[in-house]
Write a protein that binds this ligand. Structure first.
Ligand code: SF4
Length: 735
């Protein structure tokens, strides 16, 4: 392994040539277009950050056509001159020594990955997947992709895999973070449509954060809260006293996974007290009367029992919401990653609807997204819905999408894809034989990861397409395809507030690494379906196709002329239909109270709470909570671990936070090594004793590989999102 790292490191260090050309693989050879230059060699140019969904504008400083530094863009409407540590270090991961600079094939004799040329890699890719398809059918090969590549690449991948290669099952790692919000909005509003704009952070007089540690997970959004001049009440509902909870005016440390009971109990108090907006409910919603009847059983007595809060606390919380004139509700993974996540998200939506806190400045039921392009994946990934949020079972939708792409509608499969966990189970059952993993590190991030890793051995062929050949998942691959990263290609991201932003090629990818877009183009040609994708000649041409597909949809972006308009406007929020004016005006949804269901109304949706899976008992007495550790870490640390600067800002080893009372009982002190065991695995970590975690609970950051050895494979029944936030464990001091 070291030999290969050295060999590739040497190749990476040699990239001193011109920065605006694709290397080694001649563009003419495969019909690849040269990435257009959008700036002069010594320009400063704004690029949207490639880590989180905030979508900050970063200025890249160029010298002699080469990116040499970064700064936060003071004029970009998202971040207003601010950036978090990851943003400041965004160029560093591109220069890592373990970049994949050539395709790599596993040598069956030695078991090592060895460099091969693109020709061999592509021929093999197609031969192996075609063999599997011929033998086992169109459901036998799947892909798992990402919220980290540009929208045009996501759409291309989904179209290529389903329409061109003729497969059915595919999913993205956005299943792990945003599937719940997607399903909750779609069912409640009729379309996956987060309603807010970031100005709402500054305009609320009450902000309610539920399962969201915004300070750490979305630090620039938190800075927008800090700019609020209305002296707002900041409410945090979270079992842990997180950094956000410490800065809040009210913190409600509920029992883990009692949020649904609390939200229904609050609704009951608000309704019984007449603290609702009956005019809004009657004009813009359906199902309220049934909901009002349903929540009657969530008495304050029951809520105190289940949540651990006092009656006074619950009434103070309800009273604060009732008295607010502009109340905004915000949630993220604490809600999304639960066993009853969709109904929990909809319980938040219900509170906003019944109090009339929708469509006005400073209001909304607002899901904060995770990855830089989770929103692109949700609308244009061609995974759970057809491109542009269309329905694959709807003939008119199929005809529209096929028409825009110049395809016969018969190539669009009617049947839905399996979700991520169903694909994993498909491998276990021997139904999935081939897997293509693109820009995600499932071997680290998937729930109960050791089971997933054992299952990979059952595959006939595993392809991993990534920036690095050293990821945990690439270690299992038969073939690695080297991909260009953020800053080495162009395209668009869509951020949490539905803002379409531009990323640009400011650095040349090392060696033979290619943009994902160009890899998909090559796959199409080698597969023999290149003719179907001639319209996808460049990311900007693909964007034109997506614009046409979006026509008439809630996410309509037909008014965006071209990439230059996105660049000049500081991003453009959807919807922006043809003839819309002023791309730079901020847009929030539902100002007119019109939702996307056929009757124009939002739905109240609700259901009895479910038992949490994997509950604590005498043998496993603690509840393990997981989440973000620091603002310097990103998910599986595939990129952030490459930065010397970022690595200084967080502990190198996995750690577990536990309460001082529990620590005393177990004779554990901070800094000592402990063993943490769930019903599935045991890991070791460093103990960190802190009052921020309640007795009976442990907290481990998700960034360390140890954490997902412990988590439980349980899923929300509607979104099929894993329940990362709750499992039973025990902790012991290591001698
Ligand atoms: Fe990048 Fe998110 Fe940090 Fe902004 S907050 S700089 S988008 S990682």
């Amino acid at each position: 392994m070291k030999k290969i790292v050295d060999q590739i490191g040497a190749a990476v260090r040699q990239w001193d040539g011109p920065q605006t050309q694709d290397l080694v693989l001649s563009p003419g050879e495969f019909g690849l277009g040269k990435v257009p230059e959008r700036f002069k060699p010594d320009d400063v140019t704004t690029v949207v950050c490639g880590f989180c969904s905030t979508g900050c504008g970063l200025q890249v400083h160029m010298k002699d056509g080469k990116a040499i530094n970064l700064s936060a863009d003071a004029d970009y409407p998202v971040n207003l001159g601010m950036a978090c540590p990851k943003g400041w270090e965004a160029l560093t991961p591109l220069r890592a020594d373990d970049r994949a600079t050539t395709p790599m094939l596993r040598n069956e004799q030695t078991g090592e990955l060895e460099p091969v040329d693109w020709e061999r890699a592509l021929v093999l890719f197609c031969e192996r997947f075609k063999e599997i398809k011929a033998k086992h059918g169109e459901e036998s090969v799947a892909f798992l992709s990402t919220g980290q590549i540009v929208t045009e690449e996501m759409a291309f991948l989904g179209a290529l895999f389903k329409f061109g290669m003729g497969f059915v099952h595919c999913d993205s790692n956005t299943r792990q973070c945003m599937a719940t919000s997607h399903v909750a909005y779609k069912q409640s509003f009729g379309f996956d449509a987060p309603p807010y704009t970031y100005a709402d952070f500054e305009q609320s007089d009450v902000l309610v954060f539920i399962g969201s540690n915004l300070c750490i997970a979305h630090p620039i959004m938190w800075q927008r809260v800090m700019r609020n001049r209305h002296h707002p009440d900041i409410i945090v509902i979270d079992p842990r006293k997180t950094e956000t909870a410490m800065a809040a005016t009210q913190h409600y440390a509920i029992q883990p996974k009692s949020d649904l009971v609390l939200l229904y109990g609050l609704a009951n108090i608000l309704i019984a007290s007449g603290w609702i907006d009956r005019g809004y409910i009657d004009a813009h919603t359906t199902g309220f009367d049934g909901f009002a009847e349903f929540v009657r059983e969530f008495t304050t007595c029951r809520v105190t029992r289940d949540t651990g809060l006092s009656s006074d606390q619950i009434w103070l919380l309800a009273d604060t919401i009732a008295k607010g004139k502009r109340v905004s509700f915000w949630w993220t993974m604490g809600i999304n990653q639960g066993h009853e996540a969709t109904r929990s998200a909809q319980a938040i939506i219900n509170l906003a609807l019944m109090t009339g806190n929708m469509g006005r400045p400073g209001t909304g039921a607002n899901s904060v997204t995770g990855q830089c392009n989770a929103m692109g994946s949700r609308v244009y990934g061609n995974i759970t819905s057809l491109l542009g949020g269309h329905d694959p079972a709807n003939e008119a939708h199929r005809a529209k999408v096929a028409g825009a792409l110049g395809l016969d509608p018969s190539v669009i499969p009617r049947e839905p894809s399996w979700a991520y966990d169903e694909i994993v189970e498909g491998i276990r059952a021997g139904k999935i034989k081939g897997l293509w993993v693109i820009a995600t590190n499932s071997s680290h991030s998937w729930v109960q990861q050791q089971d997933f890793n054992e299952l990979l051995a059952k595959l006939d062929f595993l392809v991993v397409q990534d920036l690095y050949f050293t990821t945990d998942t690439a270690q299992h691959a038969d073939l690695v395809l080297p991909a260009a990263g953020w800053g080495e290609k162009e395209g668009t991201f869509i951020n949490s507030e539905r803002r379409i932003g531009l990323i640009k090629k400011v650095s040349r990818a090392p060696g033979q690494a290619l943009s994902d877009f160009n890899i998909f183009k090559l796959v199409a040609q080698y597969w023999g379906c290149g003719e179907m994708f001639t319209r996808w000649s460049s990311p900007e041409n693909a964007f034109e196709l997506l614009k046409e597909i979006s026509r008439g949809q809630p996410c309509d972006m037909t008014g965006i002329r071209n990439y230059a308009m996105i660049d000049e406007s500081g991003g453009v929020q959807w919807p922006f239909a043809e003839n819309a004016s002023d791309a730079s005006t901020e847009r929030r949804l539902f100002a007119d109270g019109a939702y996307f269901h056929a009757d124009g109304k939002a739905k109240f949706l609700f259901e009895l709470p479910r038992e949490a899976p994997d509950k604590p008992d005498r043998d496993f007495p603690f509840i393990l909570l997981t989440g973000r550790g620091t603002s310097s870490q990103w998910h599986t640390q595939t990129r952030t671990s490459k930065s010397d600067v970022l690595r200084q800002l967080y502990p190198a080893q996995a750690y577990a936070e536990l309460n001082s009372d529990d620590a005393e009982g177990l004779a554990i002190r901070s800094g000592e090594r402990v063993r943490i065991s769930s019903r599935r695995a045991s890991v070791t970590a460093t103990a960190f004793v802190t009052p921020t975690v309640a007795p009976g609970q442990l907290f481990m950051p998700m960034h360390y590989i140890e954490t997902n050895a412990l988590t439980v494979p349980a899923f929300d029944p509607y979104s099929r999102q894993p329940s990362y936030k709750f499992c039973a464990v025990k902790v012991e001091r290591l001698k």
